[in-house]
Design a protein around this ligand. Structure first.
Ligand SMILES: [Zn+2]
Length: 347
């Protein structure tokens, strides 16, 4: 089966699961306003039961079900930023770029999610993740202390630097969970590849991210809701974080984009069907519509080394009836989803 895809500004063909710009005999034409290679969720947790299906967290089955939900939503690739098991890594799916376990010290962060990892164990744990096939490593560097409720950093700078070095030597990259300025600072000093969340990040830190080519995955939909929607155990922190999400981020996200920081759209634990809201929210926080969309498409693909629409690329194609840059809500209603040349769903 061959397809001829025609949009307002592109034309290409699909045959044998690949994209080609050479016209193909007998191809079935599908017309739409816009075609992309599919959205990329750059901060996903595919070992969680994201859509409350009653599947066991950490199982191979839940990863498979989440990917099916992502595909139906027009999301054709994910970066998994931490699992409750190695199931995302073990899926060996080219559309799932996966970190292994969440690494955090014993008793810190959400203990049912993590691989408890003391400072003395961190470098070896990173090596073990990479040897198991993880192409990213997730380090959780701060969270509310179980003793005093305050957001505290987890690892010393020298330990983090050695851990990042171990990941890089193994060919993997490092994503660091940062809830506060101090952890962003630690991440920058130890050479991480991406800052996750980046709450209370400072303008001067954004300048250094640009210089060092550190990406930022702000996960604004989930984290702004978390900060604004409930009482946190650290009132002083919460006041700062609320100011960050109610005011400062509206200037900082456009600043980061203007300086050339790669901004990545990530859902965190929002169900796959709702991922598109992150793109809408990045736009609401001041990214222009093109940059907001690129954070889940072209910029995300380039950063993660994923194929985009091009000669010989796998035919992952998502069509929309209108331009999502004019109205991000369009992203919630893909007109057609194709994976490797097979139409999964079409309206
Ligand atoms: Zn996360």
């Amino acid at each position: 089966m061959a397809f001829h895809i025609r949009t307002d500004d592109a034309e290409f063909w699909v045959r044998d699961g690949r994209i080609t710009f050479s016209p193909q005999e007998g191809a079935e034409t599908r017309s739409a306003a816009c075609a992309i290679a599919g959205l990329v969720d750059c901060h996903a947790h595919s070992t969680f039961d994201l859509s409350d299906r009653g599947l066991a967290p950490g199982s191979a089955a839940v990863v498979t079900a989440n990917l099916a939900d992502y595909f139906a939503a027009g999301v054709t690739a994910c970066r998994d930023t931490g699992g409750v098991s190695m199931a995302a890594v073990d899926a060996h799916d080219p559309r799932l770029i996966a970190a292994g376990r969440f690494l955090a010290p014993p008793g810190r962060y959400i203990t049912s999610w993590t691989l408890p990892t003391t400072a003395a164990e961190l470098v070896d744990a990173v090596g073990a993740q990479v040897r198991s096939g993880a192409t990213w490593v997730k380090i959780v560097d701060d969270w509310f202390s179980p003793e005093n409720g305050r957001v505290e950093q987890h690892y010393e700078p020298a330990v983090l630097a050695a851990a990042v070095d171990a990941a890089h030597r193994g060919g993997a990259r490092v994503a660091m969970h940062c809830m506060d300025t101090a952890s962003v600072e630690a991440g920058l000093q130890c050479g991480v590849d991406s800052i996750e969340h980046g709450c209370n990040i400072q303008p001067e830190q954004i300048e250094r991210m640009a210089a060092a080519r550190v990406a930022w995955c702000p996960t604004v939909t989930l984290v702004s809701g978390f900060m604004l929607g409930q009482e946190l155990p650290d009132p002083q922190y919460q006041e700062r974080a609320r100011r960050f999400y109610l005011e400062e981020l509206y200037a900082l996200l456009p600043l980061a984009a203007a300086r050339g920081v790669t901004i990545l759209a990530g859902s965190d634990t929002i169900p796959p069907a709702e991922f598109w809201r992150e793109i809408a929210n990045l736009h609401r926080y001041g990214l222009d519509a093109q940059t907001a969309l690129a954070s889940a498409t072209s910029a995300a693909r380039a950063y993660l080394g994923l194929p985009d629409i091009g000669e010989g690329s796998p035919a992952d194609v998502v069509l929309y009836d209108a331009d999502p840059r004019l109205d991000p809500d369009v992203l919630s209603r893909p007109a057609l989803v194709m994976i490797a040349g097979e139409v999964l769903s079409a309206r």
